[in-house]
Design a protein around this ligand. Structure first.
Ligand code: ASP
Ligand code: MG
Length: 374
């Protein structure tokens, strides 16, 4: 039996009907494969957590926000589970919400939160969605088991944007997940989250559940990674801009990195690397249309008749042109500029250099522009 890590994004578990569909997909797959599931928070929940924290940081009690989070999860639980089971799952979710309430009341006093403190709150949405899906799998006869990512994904301490320590992650994931699989269970791991070697919670950056899936896929030597989302795969253009856009059946890891970096929102740019390093195929699939094959991301693909595979759009960018006086060594000045931009972790999306005019053109993300010009 092959080993598949499959990840469900926020919209693929966004409401009770979607959770039901996700469970059906897992149940179908687990008849043929050994399956590890990774789950995002319900759509919009991570944003709601940030909003709640911000209210607390302003010194006010975020009661209304907390109540909305509770209603969203309780509502889903009420629709999905029959009464005795409902109380059990509700209790698990209430534990998470209780911790979040305490966290917020501490913030109303402290009025500040470091990225390290924020990471404690940011990953709470996944702790609720994963518990709900793990419990709900049992309704489909699948032995789902909730796994906190803190048991399996070990990261550095770049809070809010952590990277995996692969050796430790491999060891932990194999130790925790493989025995579960051997006993016919389906681990349901919280996406987006990790933990440092000394036990402090981290997150992998917004949209990081894709990264969780490929990290775990690489760590346990999965045969394939399936990313369930709300589009048919990687499209050759943004369908809102270009209605005739169509799905690409196959692209390379390098093309997927390029497309996601330049604005195609189909997979987190950092998520490709762990799969690419081991040549594990990554499928992008539509949980709303599970019979559609989707896009397969692999090492190399057959050449196509058109050299242009896809077009993506980067919005909110600016073009900055710099020129030097003729008598200055522009190569040296531009070299120093790039060194400095690197130190400041500024993304240069694109650059051109023209020696005849001693000019350099930089395309920057808009949010970095003022800083760079300064
Ligand atoms: N819930 C997290 C976010 O909204 C991670 C994810 O969905 O992948 O960024
Ligand atoms: Mg996402």
């Amino acid at each position: 039996m092959s080993l598949i890590v499959m990840k469900f994004g926020g919209t693929s578990v966004g409401n009770p009907e979607r959770v039901r569909q996700a469970a059906q997909i897992v149940a179908d797959a687990s008849r043929e494969h050994r399956v590890v599931v990774v789950v995002s928070a319900f759509s919009g929940v991570t944003d709601a957590i940030i909003e709640t924290v911000n209210v607390a940081l302003s010194g006010k009690a975020p009661d209304a926000q907390l109540q909305k989070l509770e209603q969203r999860h309780h509502g889903a639980i009420a629709e999905l589970f029959p009464p005795p089971k409902r109380a059990v799952v509700e209790n698990e979710v209430d534990d998470v919400l209780r911790r979040f309430r305490e966290f917020c009341s501490a913030l109303t006093l402290l009025r500040s939160a470091t990225p390290q403190v924020m990471d404690v709150a940011l990953a709470l949405g996944e702790k609720m969605s994963s518990r709900i899906l793990a419990a709900y799998l049992h309704e489909f006869g699948v032995n789902g088991e909730y796994v906190d990512a803190a048991r399996v994904v070990i990261t550095d301490d770049k809070f809010g944007n952590a990277s995996p320590e692969m050796d430790a992650t491999r060891q932990q994931s194999q130790q925790v997940l493989l025995p579960m699989l051997e006993h016919g269970r389906v681990p349901v791991v919280t996406g987006y989250a990790g933990v440092t070697a000394n036990g402090r919670p981290t997150t992998l950056g917004r949209g990081g559940s894709d990264f969780s899936a490929t990290i775990l896929g690489a760590a346990i030597g999965a045969d394939e990674i399936w990313i369930w989302t709300d589009v048919d795969g990687v499209l050759n253009a943004d369908p809102r801009v270009c209605p005739r856009a169509s799905t690409l059946p196959e692209i390379t890891y390098a093309e997927a990195i390029e497309l996601s970096y330049y604005g195609a929102k189909v997979i987190h740019p950092k998520a490709i690397r762990p799969a690419m390093d081991l040549g594990i195929p990554v499928w992008i699939k539509n949980s709303f249309q599970p019979h559609v094959p989707g896009t397969k991301i692999v090492t190399s693909v057959q050449p196509t008749h058109s050299p242009v595979k896809a077009v993506s759009v980067v919005t909110k960018a600016s073009l900055v042109t710099l020129s030097t006086r003729q008598n200055l060594d522009s190569a040296e000045i531009f070299g120093r500029l790039f060194l400095r931009l690197g130190h400041e972790h500024v993304d240069v999306l694109f650059s051109t250099q023209s020696s005849s005019e001693n000019a350099l053109g930089l395309v920057l993300r808009q949010e970095n522009t003022d800083h760079v010009v300064q």
